[in-house]
Design a protein around this ligand. Structure first.
Ligand code: ADP
Ligand code: MG
Length: 666
């Protein structure tokens, strides 16, 4: 028997209820006392010893000693990520200048976990404990022994050091996420182990799908591997299951399908705050847009209605947050205050947030989908799987019995949600990855292919940068690439749409968004990189700081691979040419002139529209190129620039040809 309620209407009540198996969602029977400092004043050592993995310390070290591959499964928060690397170091795996690596699919998780481990070890982040994510290397050669990094960065490191010789142990964490880079690493590391039997692999995951991993690493199928056995090393992988801890979570379903999950999430949070005892709230939405919108709605509520919503501290959690913002999320709310964290699915398993008692689950996340027929890849807001929904609910039961509010009906959960998600590798364009892992049999072209592979960006962006060097506008294009690497440089949100649109107009360029970005960057630069300037112009200051950082890094890479750094001053024609050279495959033609005109992609004749956030929205130029697509009710092009069709022919003669009727064809 489950709870039904309508967000914002009735109070959910009742006993602990079941998940779909008819049993109580019971994470474990052992209710240890919490390690959180909020509920006790334990020293860091004591806290570490209370974590569920601690009981398995010896077993883990023994297995790593004797097995090539160890698979560790344990509930989120049991200490896999923060403890196991420390155990390995304590046991001597970092002796003799070797490194211990721990990968995460998400950048923010890498930063958060590394800083937590540095804190536990009492060292400065970037010394013994460091991290590397794209555009940010916080490690010190010969000093760093525990290195946290994204799976993508580790994959890239294989370009310089194919056998990853500096690592003694590699822990592929969050393997259940099945991120594309982790999946590729699993394959490559299995091969590396043949050549480097001393390399140890730990695969850790939050769910028990470990059997297939184990089968994958069972190497003695046909060929025997005598050399491994000579080392006294067992090649059969083992699965160690860390007994988790957790409390019952009562599940409440929405009575009716929810129309607007942002609004529903906001009302549910207010309802919890009004009626439920103390305890923090974690809300799962999908991305920066809807998270910022709901943060704003909640803050407005706090300001206007004052009384009953005072005491709420509302914080967003998504990648791209500044350090200070991240710290707020992890810090304890002051006495008498209730923290509400509104997050992407990063808080599903990669990060442990203390003090969460209530979870609000929208039932959606942003997922990458790739259509191989049209060759279009985009980020889509899509329903999560039942496995994800269960993980999300579990986050409410870390410190005491909790409650989860699902913004969808039970009928939907039982009959329409897929059981498991589809691995990213099956729904992504493989271009970036394939470029990095090609070997001598499938050579890259020289020099462009090699240069593209060197740049830690999407190949289209890389191609654009390389073209800009030849066209004499690399300064401008590098700025554009840096802006494209952040989610958005604009501050947006409900209630300020008009003001932010007006601000945008001050920078708007007829050529489109890319040139508009250059105008914003110029203004920001001239203001002395002032945060006040950003505030006044509805520009996101933190995003601009990130742009500066990425820009510097891209300039260093450009120099290293021998590109010419040069500004074209005000010649925007060459800027458009460089963009076209990189993104020719994303060219579109206006098909239907209307309020917001309908375009078709040249490659797949897909119907697409200009996104309302673009300065070209409702301008409807005849030919455009877009940077990415987002799907909501329609396919929208984000970051759009006008082009000259003759540039397409120039940029990709192998790709497009001119028909007699003067129509471009693929
Ligand atoms: P797992 O990887 O198994 O999900 P972690 O190693 O991330 O678990 O977390 C173990 C414990 O460490 C958590 O339960 C929490 O008590 C503590 N912890 C982890 N990260 C932080 C942090 N940033 N701030 C405070 N405590 C943390
Ligand atoms: Mg973890």
């Amino acid at each position: 028997m489950s709870q039904f309620w309508k967000p914002g209407t009735e109070r959910p009540q009742g006993r602990v209820v079941d998940d779909e198996e008819g049993g109580v969602l019971f994470l474990s029977g052992s209710h240890h006392s919490s390690s959180s400092s909020r509920y006790g004043y334990a020293s860091i050592d004591k806290q570490r010893q209370r974590l569920p993995v601690f009981k398995y310390r010896t077993a883990i070290l023994y297995l790593v000693e004797t097995r090539a591959t160890t698979i560790i499964v344990g509930e989120t928060g049991s200490g896999k990520t923060t403890q196991i690397p420390q155990y390995l170091k304590e046991a001597g795996w970092a002796a003799g200048g070797r490194l211990i690596a721990c990968t995460q699919p998400r950048r923010l998780a890498v930063q958060a976990v590394a800083s937590r481990v540095a804190e536990e070890m009492g060292v400065k982040l970037g010394e013994e404990v460091g991290y590397t994510i794209r555009f940010e290397d916080v490690t010190k050669p010969d000093v760093t022994v525990l290195k946290f990094l994204t799976d993508g960065v580790l994959l890239r490191e294989m370009m310089d050091d194919p056998l990853l010789t500096k690592y003694s142990v590699i822990m592929l964490d969050e393997a259940h996420e099945r991120s594309i880079s982790t999946d590729i690493l699993l394959g490559l590391l299995k091969k590396i182990q043949r050549r480097r039997p001393e390399l140890r692999l730990i695969i850790s995951s939050a769910t028990i799908e470990a059997k297939s991993m184990s089968d994958f690493f069972r190497m003695r199928k046909k060929r025997r591997e005598p050399e491994n056995e000579e080392h006294g090393l067992q090649v059969e992988p083992v699965i160690l299951s860390v007994e988790g801890r957790g409390f019952n979570v009562q599940i409440n379903y929405s009575e009716e399908p929810v129309q607007d999950y942002v609004q529903a999430a906001v009302s549910t949070v207010l309802l919890i705050h009004e009626r439920e005892p103390a305890g923090d709230v974690l809300v799962f939405l999908t991305g920066q847009d809807d998270i910022d919108a709901s943060v704003q709605l909640l803050n407005d509520e706090v300001q206007t209605t004052g009384k009953h919503s005072s005491g709420l501290i509302v914080l967003p959690l998504y990648s791209g947050l500044s350090r200070a913002e991240q710290e707020l999320v992890f810090s304890q709310a002051p006495r008498g205050k209730r923290k509400v964290i509104i997050s992407t699915n990063i808080a599903e398993t990669s990060l442990t947030l203390e003090g969460i008692v209530y979870v609000v689950d929208s039932g959606f996340s942003k997922q990458r989908f790739y259509n191989p027929i049209s060759d279009i890849e985009n980020l889509v807001v899509a329903p999560i799987s039942r496995a994800s929904a269960r993980q999300r609910a579990g986050r409410a039961g870390r410190v005491r019995p909790g409650k989860c509010y699902r913004l969808y009906t039970e009928e939907y959960f039982l009959n329409h949600m897929s059981n498991e998600g589809i691995p990213e590798i099956q729904r992504s364009s493989m271009v970036s990855c394939v470029i990095q892992v090609l070997d001598d049999d499938a050579k890259l072209t020289s020099p462009t292919g090699f240069q593209v592979a060197e740049i830690p960006l999407d190949p289209m962006v890389s191609k654009m940068i390389i073209a800009s060097s030849q066209l004499g506008c690399s300064e401008e294009i590098i700025t554009i690439a840096a802006v494209l690497s952040v989610q958005s440089i604009w501050i947006s949100g409900r209630g300020i749409q008009k003001e932010s649109d007006e601000a945008k107009l001050r920078f708007a360029a007829a050529e489109g968004d890319h040139v508009t970005f250059l105008n914003v960057y110029k203004g920001f630069h001239q203001s002395g990189k002032s945060s006040q300037w950003c505030h006044k112009n509805y520009v996101n200051y933190h995003a601009m700081r990130k742009v500066l950082e990425v820009r510097e890094q891209l300039k260093r890479i450009a120099k290293r691979i021998g590109l010419v750094l040069k500004s074209c001053e005000s010649d925007m024609q060459v800027v458009r040419k460089a963009v076209t050279a990189g993104f020719f495959a994303n060219a579109c033609h206006l098909e239907e002139y209307s309020h917001n005109g309908m375009y078709k992609t040249l490659r797949g004749s897909q119907e697409v529209y200009i996104h309302p956030s673009s300065v070209l929205f409702r301008v409807n130029p005849k030919w455009v190129i877009y940077n990415s697509l987002v799907s909501t009710d329609r396919q929208y092009m984000r970051n759009v620039i006008t082009i000259d069709p003759s540039c397409l022919l120039e940029a990709a003669p192998h790709f497009y040809q001119l028909q007699q009727s003067n129509h471009l064809l693929r």
